[in-house]
Design a protein around this ligand. Sequence first.
Ligand SMILES: [Cu+2]
Length: 457
Amino acid sequence: MLKRLIPAVLALAAVLAWAAPAWAHGRSGSADVRFAQTIAGMELTVVVRASLRVPAPLQVDVVAHDPGRGGRVELTLRPAGAGGSSAAAAEVREDAPGMYPVLLRAERVGPHELEVRAGGERSVLPFDLLVPAAPPWEVVVYLAFACAALALVVALVAAAQARRGAAGAGAVAFVVATAVAFTAGGLSPWFVPPVPDGAPAVPEGVRPLGKPNAQPLIEVEPRRPGAYAEFRLRVTLFDGSTGRPADDLAEHHGALSHVVVTSQDGTYFRHVHPLRVAPGVHEVRLRAGEAGRHLVYAEFERADAGGQLVSGAFTVGSPPPAAGSARVARPEGKRPEPERPEGARPVLKPARPVAGRPVTLTLDTGRTAVQPWLGMAGHLIVRSRDGGYLGHVHEAASMTAPGERPPDESVARYGPRLRFTFTFPRPGRHLAWIQYVRNYAIVTVPYVIDVEEGSAR
Ligand SMILES: [Cu+2]
């Protein structure tokens, strides 16, 4: 009996060892793809839902976190190379944050482009359309159960005909097949998941994290935006060795790139997600605040190169005016800066944070049903007063392990308390902004934290 089991178990191990090699940035075939986009005055997250097969309808949700003045958001899905495209549009309503589903059609797996158009702006987002592949162990389990059923029938028929030899063989085959099925099923959580259909092949000899970082260029247009005037901020990424555009950004916290713009004094704060207007070129339209120096931070991740945080600066307004000249007045009818919501007072523990030691910041939002934004229930962005340092921390309760699926925008199960743990590297005054989403709308809570010098230990 045992002798017969051993070859079966060895054969099973051989089949399962035929596990596919790990592939770059191992996104599972059952994960959604997210692109946060700041377009036409709206803050959107475009979510390409995972599909189980192709050809089939493909659901894309346009999540309007800040619908601004609203408008039509046109989506076009285009497979790389030949193949027909599919288009549809969502009508985002002014002051109606929420989810706007759109149905496109996917014809095949592999590299695709999703074009997003709104208000005369356009972004082209490359992604791989994946479909989960059947893992080898699943095939083994199904085959083994089929064999077990067949063996059971043979054994019963043979027993009914009083053929003891055949009945015994059938019974043994049934036991072996059942053992194989349960062994494969029971061990499956430890097997390497199969490469999804449509995933890019990893060329031989390519090491993960083997690419150099991208070289950034941060520019604004016009070079000196007027106070309260519209301007364009552009992040251009090059490959340092070839000089060609670095156009291989991976999805990083639900976007290709994240940009934070703050005025030196911190009264102006924008957390936005540029459009990919050309290979390696990421652009966002913004409206300036008061005149003065502004700091820009861009966070992104080049595939196989790891995450990067780069910074730049620009000045709003004309050169310092002569004494006594008039300041540019704030235009009427502009929406005021977001107010601090009722009850939102962060609590620090220890109350006087010390440089180099962890501090826990808890924000009581006063409400439950906080929703994730960019995969987290809350974001804490910290800047030193001079702007030389920027930190980004995620809410503790909503952190996911690598490979785990981030919570969906529609899941309103966080809060009322959001908790962040952070270590300030240097003492001094720091500006902090806590951001979270409720009823799909982004709430920003500004805060000032004074960090004390660490005593000698
Ligand atoms: Cu961001």
